[in-house]
Design a protein around this ligand. Structure first.
Ligand SMILES: [Zn+2]
Length: 321
């Protein structure tokens, strides 16, 4: 298969969207395809020509010329689209009826392009981190990459942002004035939120943050890949800072805490290796991790033999690695 679309996708991959090498199996996709054949409508030039054109435009703009994935529309009040990955040339796209009804053809090309982006960058569920928080961060970062590819697929920042405004609101064109700079200024007005309920669990960054990231991308990407690559680090750093401030802050702090605790248990394991917790080691724990942590370890040792404490320490280590 021609690699140029994959190369383009790699060029614009957002730095937080870590790359994993893995081959997804196509068997699950075949089963899903069968389910969708029964429960959805296959997008085709004969039956859904407008939707098919949106798909064709996205494929063409991304340089995917040898492959037309099966895309299905299913009936649902939710505004939703997904991509299910099989092997390198096999995947399917699903779109809810509400989403398709809401979008104009070029906006649909953005949505489809976004889903094609998940395919081109191999955003498989199977290859995520074992750790839940790290997984959440990678998932959110993937949306930024996919949006970039969606924008290339529809050929316009404005179209991309219109599609995102419709997705988040569920409103049709008639009820929206597409004032992108006003919308973007809402993102600029966001306050840092340390205990943001949205940020704690959302797998997708909010549309405001995604819009801001996309506006920045559009400022940096003019189609010239080499020029873009030279400035990409600067762009991604800016987006990372936004993520940290509004989306990932609590995760980053939790991960730092987790790493620190892991360091403590590793240190404790090393101290207890020779079967005792000497005064020198106690001083080291105190100076490295503070009184509270020393107290914690001493309490553990108070009524238990060292062997048992070593076992507890090693269990804690496993919990965090
Ligand atoms: Zn996505």
């Amino acid at each position: 298969m021609d690699r140029s679309a994959f190369d383009l996708a790699e060029t614009v991959r957002y730095s937080g969207d870590l790359k994993y090498d893995s081959v997804a199996s196509s068997r699950g996709v075949e089963r899903l395809r069968n389910i969708f054949r029964h429960s959805g409508l296959l997008v085709s030039p004969q039956i859904t020509p407008g939707i098919y054109s949106a798909l064709s435009d996205a494929l063409q703009n991304l340089g995917i010329l040898e492959l037309t994935p099966d895309a299905f529309v299913y009936s649902s009040p939710e505004v939703n689209a997904s991509c299910f990955l099989g092997d390198e040339a096999d995947f399917i796209i699903s779109m809810s009826s509400s989403l398709v009804t809401l979008m104009k053809q070029d906006e649909l090309s953005f949505v489809i392009g976004h889903e094609l982006g998940h395919f081109l960058l191999n955003h498989s569920e199977e290859i995520l981190e074992k750790d839940e928080l790290r997984t959440l961060r990678v998932k959110r970062a993937r949306e930024i990459s996919a949006d970039r590819i969606g924008m290339i697929a529809c050929g316009s920042l404005e179209t991309a942002v219109r599609a995102m405004m419709k997705t988040v609101s569920g409103l049709p064109s008639e009820l929206i004035r597409f004032d992108i700079s006003y919308f973007a200024s809402q993102a600029a007005a966001l306050k840092e939120d340390k205990f943001n309920d949205y940020a704690a669990s959302a797998t997708h960054p909010s549309i405001l943050i995604r819009t801001r990231a996309l506006i920045n991308f559009a400022n940096y990407f003019n189609g010239d890949r080499f020029e873009f690559l030279a400035r990409k680090e600067q762009l991604d750093k800016m987006i990372e800072a936004d993520f940290r401030k509004h989306i990932d802050g609590c995760i980053v702090r939790a991960l730092e805490l987790q790493d620190r605790e892991n360091e403590f248990w590793r240190f404790a394991a090393a101290c207890l290796e020779n079967g005792k917790f000497s005064k020198g080691d106690q001083d080291k724990v105190k100076s490295e991790f503070g009184d509270g942590m020393l107290e914690k370890l001493l309490n553990l040792l108070r009524d238990r033999p060292v062997n048992e404490v070593r076992e507890i320490v090693s269990q804690n280590l496993h919990r965090f690695t």
